[in-house]
Ligand binder design. Structure first.
Ligand code: MTE
Length: 319
């Protein structure tokens, strides 16, 4: 049985499908203005989304994975054909096709800033840390839909510990690769590169992983290959894709959606059903592949594990 995060209930090995079953920035804001940013975010509104169309590829059969709440995993097809990856396109159902030939090898990640041993890791170096495991997490998009995803990955803390952060490091900043010749969406008027950030204690939390795969296979480009962040108690946009830089910092770093619309997307962006987005409620969510809406859970259902990180914060102010 593979290692799982400690989420209260043990997961019987009978629920784990054997692998062989599966076949296989600020200046910008000044120029653009807040009103324009609202218009740019038109694609980021909750819509009654149609079910993704099945694609004609060798896709794994319906999963026997489920999360610790016994919610079944979303199909491989949906996870890999209904994506937000604006560097390619804002059209969720075209990301997979446009990202198909995105080059993910060789890949390097520069980890530096307030650390004792700054280092550029190849993907192979990262995998050699030997910390990969399987985690089945819910992912709640700020737009009002969600999926259950069986990730392969390892705690971000394993990588951060390897570079020996200074005590003065209070935040971690992340940056996505920019490759205009392969990423047609970079022509769109957004404050590229896509950047994200976490507080140091959030980054070191055991639930926070860098993902290298899903459904037991290496990540496909549309899901952020070869290395993306996954922070399951935060809205999906915090889970930045195709990371090339990780920087340990004293000050809170700027983040992509917060730069675009600070009143809509906070730095923290913890899933919170009681804190409505200015343009829609966050009380419920549409689980992709199902018809019924689910109630949205505080911290996306990970309250027991993470609420203590925020005991001193008013979550309506630090949203
Ligand atoms: N990372 C980058 N670089 N670019 C993006 O557009 N979209 C975010 C996040 N990470 C995004 C990104 C959003 S809004 C969501 S909901 C998730 O990725 C979607 O991840 P998925 O396509 O693997 O489901």
């Amino acid at each position: 049985m593979k290692k799982r995060p400690d989420l209260g209930k043990p997961i019987p090995s009978s629920e784990i499908t054997p692998k062989d079953v599966y076949l296989s920035r600020r200046q910008f804001m000044k120029a653009a203005g807040i009103a324009a940013a609202g218009a740019l975010l038109a694609a980021c509104t909750p819509q009654e989304t149609p079910e993704p169309l099945p694609v004609e590829t060798d896709t794994p059969p319906a999963s026997q994975y489920s999360d610790e709440l016994m919610d079944p995993a979303t199909s491989f097809n949906a996870i890999t054909n209904y994506n937000n990856y604006y560097e390619f396109t804002v059209d969720k159902e075209r990301v997979a096709r446009l990202a198909k030939n995105f080059t993910t090898t060789p890949w390097q990640v520069e980890v530096g800033g307030l650390v004792n041993k700054p280092r550029t890791f190849s993907l192979e170096d990262i995998l050699a840390l030997g910390a990969e495991e399987e985690r089945v997490y819910r992912m709640r998009c700020v737009e009002g839909w969600s999926m259950v995803i069986p990730w392969l990955g390892f705690p971000l803390s394993a990588l951060l510990n390897a570079v020996e952060p200074f005590g003065s490091a209070k935040y971690v900043g992340f940056e996505t690769v920019m490759r205009p010749e392969e990423m047609p969406g970079l022509k769109d008027y957004y404050p590229w590169p896509y950047v994200e950030g976490l507080r140091m204690d959030e980054a070191m939390h055991d639930l926070t992983i860098l993902s290298t795969g899903l459904y037991g296979e290496r990540l496909l480009p549309q899901n952020g290959a070869p290395l993306r962040l996954v922070v399951p108690w935060k809205y999906g946009f915090k889970s930045i894709k195709s990371i090339i830089k990780i920087n340990l910092l004293e000050e809170q770093p700027p983040t992509f959606w917060n730069m675009l619309a600070p009143n809509e997307y906070g730095f923290y962006s913890n899933v919170n059903p009681k804190h409505a987005h200015p343009r829609w409620s966050q009380a419920t969510e549409r689980r992709i592949g199902e018809n019924m809406r689910h109630p949205t859970l505080m911290f996306n259902g990970y309250e027991e594990q993470v609420a203590s990180l925020y005991s001193d914060l008013d979550l309506d102010i630090y949203f």
